[in-house]
Design a protein around this ligand. Sequence first.
Ligand SMILES: C[S@@+](CC[C@H](N)C(=O)[O-])C[C@H]1O[C@@H](n2cnc3c(N)ncnc32)[C@H](O)[C@@H]1O
Ligand SMILES: [Zn+2]
Ligand SMILES: [Zn+2]
Ligand SMILES: [Zn+2]
Ligand SMILES: [Zn+2]
Ligand SMILES: [Zn+2]
Ligand SMILES: [Zn+2]
Length: 513
Amino acid sequence: MAAPRNRSAAVEAEAGVRRQGDSGVELALSSDTAAAAPLCPHGPTLLFVKVNRGKEETRRFYACSACRDRKDCNFFQWEDEKLSGARLAAREAHNQRCQPPLSRTQCVQRYLRFIELPLSQRKFCRSCQQLLLPDDWGDHHEHQMVGDVSVTQLRRPSQLLYPLENKKTNAQYLFADRTCQFLVDLLSALGFRRVLCVGTPRLHELIRLTEPGDKKPHIKSLLLDIDFRYSQFYMEDSFCYYNMFNHHFFDGKAALEVCRAFLQEDKGEGVILVTDPPFGGLVEPLANTFKKLIAMWKEGQSQDESHKELPIFWIFPYFFESRICQFFPSFCMLDYQVDYDNHAFYKHGKKGRKQSPVRIFTNIPPNKIILPTEEGYRFCPLCQRYVSLENQHCEHCDSCTSKDGRKWNHCFLCKKCVKPSWIHCSICNHCAVPDHSCEGTKDGCFICGELDHKRSTCPNIGTSKKANKAVRKQKQRKSNKMKMETTEGRSMNHTSVTGRKKRRERAHQYLCS
Ligand SMILES: C[S@@+](CC[C@H](N)C(=O)[O-])C[C@H]1O[C@@H](n2cnc3c(N)ncnc32)[C@H](O)[C@@H]1O
Ligand SMILES: [Zn+2]
Ligand SMILES: [Zn+2]
Ligand SMILES: [Zn+2]
Ligand SMILES: [Zn+2]
Ligand SMILES: [Zn+2]
Ligand SMILES: [Zn+2]
């Protein structure tokens, strides 16, 4: 059997399964498989499962956790595949070759030498994205160099480095100043003294730039990020080269201990985890990683504090709400719209902005979080939280129901509020976009075709006759959808449900523009 060609699909799946006609891939995460996972240059790979519609048999394979495009990391191995010694050795050599040329310690030594240099000798090579020491100049003289790198520039590496916008790997969208300042002020107002920044380099640097005020203590920050370029600017105790999809510290135990000590300082008091992962990433491996960080923090707690939760801000698009809450039921979504700098649509400009779909998910009680009224938020006394101005309190739902910042309307038939553009469809018996396809809006279990569960929880997993009948049922429902999905890439990118498709398209537009 050939390897699935578009494995990015596996990693992009919001609900865990990504289909392509009659087959698909889903994550087969479990702690027992993690130990045995082979390594790619980005650490332990993740186990995915190839599923075929109506069939129980599945074939599992390992693929890279961090890169959602095989162009960036082409690791692939069937779970039951036996590799020869020669192939294993070649893989090991390849993994080594892919590691950065300098060790973390060498980076720190270079940084210490760099800051000792007089201003006129402090150069940065834009082409190589590297701080240069005088010995290096010769190798870079034909490159684009910046001179007189000031202390201010060194303290703002996210402005010196270009953002790695490749949306299938780094998706490095940097916070707009006002969002970043809002976050720093909020963290300070909430009394946090330490921030574990997972994939938030700009927040990390702004925290470190912020001088403590009269009553405000200094806030410490530790950045964990897969962008190795940042290791040129920080000492070991403020940056770890890290993969958040498999909780892998590239510099081994020493780096892990830095993170542990940071979380457990002051018996774990006063620390918060703030993360802004690439939006194309799968929720499940991220949740798995955050649970490992939570466990690390808990180890430092005394028994009588075991009920406490590690405070978390998880920044992610609003349409992942149900998925995130599945893994973290205590989380709620704030109305605050997170803005980015290097994004054509969602930066705040003179002419206003398009609505950013990115929100903050948190286990901090929302009544403790004040959103800026000057940016269009108001306090709802009934919900006891700040909401967008247009998010109106629905007396029937007894809640401010809008998720996207616009006013939603209550549908008495659906018994809930829906987006303003939706209408109630008597065929589907629920609200949907006006031009939806009534046949194409149902997307049931991959094995039995029923609508109330997914493949992984199918109660009929052992009854293949039923399964075959269900395939026909599903195929009928999907005939419309199939016609639309002709090319591989498109079918993978257009999950299935019209609503979900639109939502995905919006996300795609957001991420790719
Ligand atoms: C959407 S950006 C968030 C940046 C944030 N808005 C800021 O301005 O500080 C995603 C960040 O996660 C990092 N990242 C991407 N994939 C990662 C991975 N597998 N492990 C750790 N960090 C990753 C990127 O390098 C980038 O810094
Ligand atoms: Zn990889
Ligand atoms: Zn260079
Ligand atoms: Zn309300
Ligand atoms: Zn309502
Ligand atoms: Zn309705
Ligand atoms: Zn309909």
